[in-house]
Design a protein around this ligand. Structure first.
Ligand SMILES: [Fe+2]
Length: 266
């Protein structure tokens, strides 16, 4: 009965992108065997949060050392697609980690995060295919580790993880994607813009999964969701999260009016 969690951990630990993709799908197939009553017994030990499987390349660097994404050149478009591929690769690990780290959640929590992991795997493949079409490969450029660092700092509590990873970092993707799409359209790369359309629609669903489980944990602990969310954002981002919010997408992704107002500083 430990099959499901073992399979998720094997996918999380896989270093090569292709192995990670196939092991993620394999783990997804093991979901059917997971029963509510078994979760506690079959859960086992979560993988160390400092040890997700990542390939040797891309090399991880500080954000200030990342190459510039000047979209007017082929090289700039490759760098942008590479950055998106890296986000999707991390997103597979983040969803797998949610499914293997937190014990005692309802069955639907694990199936939700596995669905997210499988969609992220699909996004990674879509983006990598276009990167290859442009003449690049995942690993060609350096990348940063910001997404995973937040997984590390929230590994101790499902409440913090749900608030900070899907509802802050992944929600940021909803805010910036339309602008990136426009840039691709402006340089005539409508294929990239179409891929971003598919990804954007799925990402709304992923953030919504985070919102739903965040509220579930709040309810279990008798916490008020809006106040709790804002307190967590302030704890992890004392200088604020900044940037323009995509209000429509955030509303669809389960942000309350009160949360949006506070994030906007109103
Ligand atoms: Fe994605």
């Amino acid at each position: 009965m430990a099959d499901f969690f073992n399979a998720v951990r094997a996918a999380l630990q896989a270093s090569s992108p292709d192995n990670k993709l196939s092991l993620t799908r394999f783990a997804m197939g093991k979901l059917d065997g997971l029963k509510k009553a078994d979760i506690r017994n079959s859960f086992g030990e979560p993988t160390d949060v400092y040890a997700p499987g990542c390939p040797e390349y891309p090399k991880l660097v500080l954000p200030k050392h990342l190459p510039k994404r000047a979209m007017g050149t082929l090289e700039g478009r490759k760098i942008m697609m590479h950055a998106i591929a890296h986000i999707e690769f991390n997103a597979i690990n983040l969803a797998l980690d949610a499914a293997q780290r937190f014990n005692d959640m309802p069955l639907a929590f694990y199936s939700d995060w596995m669905r997210v992991a499988a969609e992220e795997a699909y996004h990674f493949e879509l983006v990598r295919a276009h990167l290859r079409h442009l003449g690049g490969e995942y690993g060609d450029y350096p990348a940063h580790n910001g997404l995973w660092e937040m997984a590390e700092s929230t590994a101790h509590d499902v409440l913090d993880r749900m608030a900070l990873v899907p509802r802050v970092l992944e929600a940021r993707g909803l805010d910036v994607t339309p602008g990136i799409q426009k840039k691709f359209i402006n340089v005539g790369d409508t294929h990239a813009a179409t891929l971003l359309d598919i990804i954007f629609k799925d990402e709304i669903g992923h953030v919504e999964v985070g919102s739903r489980w965040f509220r579930y944990v709040c309810k279990e602990r008798y916490l008020k969701p809006t106040e709790t969310f804002i307190a967590l954002v302030e704890k992890y981002f004392p200088k604020g999260i900044g940037g323009v919010l995509n209000l429509d997408a955030r509303e669809q992704a389960g942000f309350s009016e009160a949360e949006i107002k506070i994030l906007l500083g109103e």
